[in-house]
Design a protein around this ligand. Structure first.
Ligand code: SF4
Ligand code: MG
Length: 342
C-alpha cells in the first residue's frame, strides 16, 4: 500500500499568556509526531480532549503551521508550500469539522455552500456545478431541492452531511474529520459513519478520523494512533489494538467504551461494571508542564520507578509501535473476542 501523507517530527507549540501576571507558557500540543497514512485506509487518531489530536489533524492538512517538522504529500513538504500551491493542495486534502453549524456560513444556501469550493478552484461551468451539487446532495442522503435552504433549517446530522458534501466537492483524495460525529446523537452517529464509509468506497478516498471515543472508530478504522499529551503512545492495526492493547493508556481507553452504545440492547446491563473499571486516576496533567519520564506515569496503574525519570521511545514491536518500557511483559486487557467482533 502506498503512503499518501507522511508526517515527520511534527511539532506545534502554542504560547499562552496569563492576562495580568505570570510569564508566558509554552504548550507543545503536538510534540514530535512521525506517522504515515496509507492510500485508501481509514486511519484513526484517538485520545482524551487536550491530547493534541485536533492540532495534529490541522497540521496534517496545513490548516495551521508546524513549529517544526514536515508533512510530505506528493513529494512536497506542505509545511513549506507557497499560498498558490497551498490552494491547489486544498483540492486534494479536505477537512470536516466537528460542529457543522459553526463551520457553515449561515447566510449561504446549502447549494451555494457546496458550490463555493468548485468556484474557488475553477471547476466546471455554472450548469456543471449545479449538477455536481445535486449529485453530492443525493450521495449524502439529501434531496436536490435542499440546495435552496439554509443550514439552520437542518438537523445536526443533516448539517454534518452538508459538511461532508462540501468537503467532497473538489474530488479530494483524502478527508480528515475532526470528531465528525461527536456532536451528534448516538442514534445519528452510525448513519453519518455509514455515509462516510460508502463515500470512501465510491470515491476511493483515504479517511483520517479524529475521535476521543474508541467506540466511534472501532468499526471504521484500519489503523489507530493513540495520543497522550502531544505524543503517540501506540500505533497499530485496529484489530490488534482493540483485542490486545500493548500500552496501558490504550487499555484504559478501551475499558471506557460503554458496551451498550455499540452492542445490542441485551448488553446494556454490562455498562456498569465496564465503566467502573474505566476510571483513570486523576485529570490529564497540565500540558504546559508534562510529567518527566513517561508522560503517562502519573496515571498509569503499571508505573515503576524508572517510568518517572526515563522517557520511553516509540518502538517497533511486532508490526506495531508502542511507547512503554514494559510493553513486552504487561498483560493488558482488550475487548474480548465477542466484544471486538461486534
Ligand atoms: Fe506505564 Fe511505565 Fe509504561 Fe509509562 S512506561 S505506560 S508509566 S508502565
Ligand atoms: Mg478537539
Amino acid at each position: 500500500q502506498d503512503v499518501i501523507l507522511k508526517a515527520e517530527g511534527l511539532r506545534r507549540e502554542f504560547v499562552t499568556q496569563k492576562p495580568l501576571f505570570g510569564k508566558p507558557t509554552v504548550v507543545r500540543a503536538v510534540d514530535g509526531v512521525t506517522l504515515s497514512i496509507l492510500q485508501g485506509e481509514t486511519f484513526a487518531i484517538v485520545g482524551e480532549s487536550g491530547c493534541g489530536k485536533s492540532t495534529l489533524a490541522r497540521l496534517l492538512v496545513r490548516l495551521i503551521e508546524p513549529t517544526a517538522g514536515s508533512v510530505w504529500y506528493e513529494g512536497d513538504d506542505i509545511a513549506r508550500l507557497d499560498p498558490r500551491a497551498l490552494r491547489d493542495l486544498r483540492k486534494d486534502l479536505q477537512f470536516i469539522f466537528q460542529d457543522p453549524l459553526s463551520s457553515l456560513n449561515p447566510q449561504m444556501t446549502v447549494g451555494a455552500l457546496i458550490e463555493e469550493p468548485l468556484i474557488t478552484h475553477g471547476i466546471g461551468d455554472k450548469v456543471q456545478r449545479r449538477a455536481r451539487v445535486a449529485d453530492l446532495l443525493s450521495r449524502v442522503g439529501l434531496i436536490p431541492t435542499h440546495a435552496d435552504r439554509y443550514p439552520h433549517e437542518f438537523s445536526g446530522g443533516q448539517r454534518q452531511r452538508i459538511g461532508i458534501a462540501r468537503a467532497l466537492a473538489t474530488g479530494p483524495r483524502l478527508i480528515i474529520g475532526d470528531e465528525p460525529v461527536s456532536a451528534l446523537d448516538v442514534s445519528i452517529q452510525a448513519q453519518v459513519v455509514n455515509i462516510l464509509e460508502d463515500l470512501k468506497e465510491a470515491f476511493g478516498l483515504t479517511l483520517v478520523v479524529i475521535a476521543h471515543d474508541l467506540a466511534v472508530i472501532r468499526h471504521m478504522a484500519d489503523r489507530v494512533a493513540v495520543m497522550y499529551l502531544g505524543e503517540i503512545v501506540e500505533l497499530a492495526r485496529a484489530e490488534d489494538l482493540f483485542t490486545a492493547p500493548q500500552h496501558p493508556y490504550t487499555a484504559t481507553l478501551l475499558a471506557a467504551i460503554p458496551i451498550a452504545r455499540v452492542g445490542s440492547r441485551r448488553e446494556s446491563a454490562r455498562v456498569g461494571p465496564r465503566q467502573e473499571r474505566a476510571q483513570l486516576d486523576g485529570d490529564l496533567p497540565n500540558p504546559t508542564a508534562p510529567p518527566p519520564g513517561c508522560r503517562f506515569h502519573t496515571r498509569c496503574p503499571h508505573a515503576q520507578a524508572r517510568c518517572s525519570t526515563e522517557r520511553p521511545a516509540l518502538r517497533d514491536l511486532g508490526g506495531r509501535q508502542v511507547a512503554c518500557h514494559f510493553a513486552e511483559t504487561l498483560e493488558l486487557t482488550g475487548l474480548d473476542g465477542a466484544d471486538a467482533a461486534r
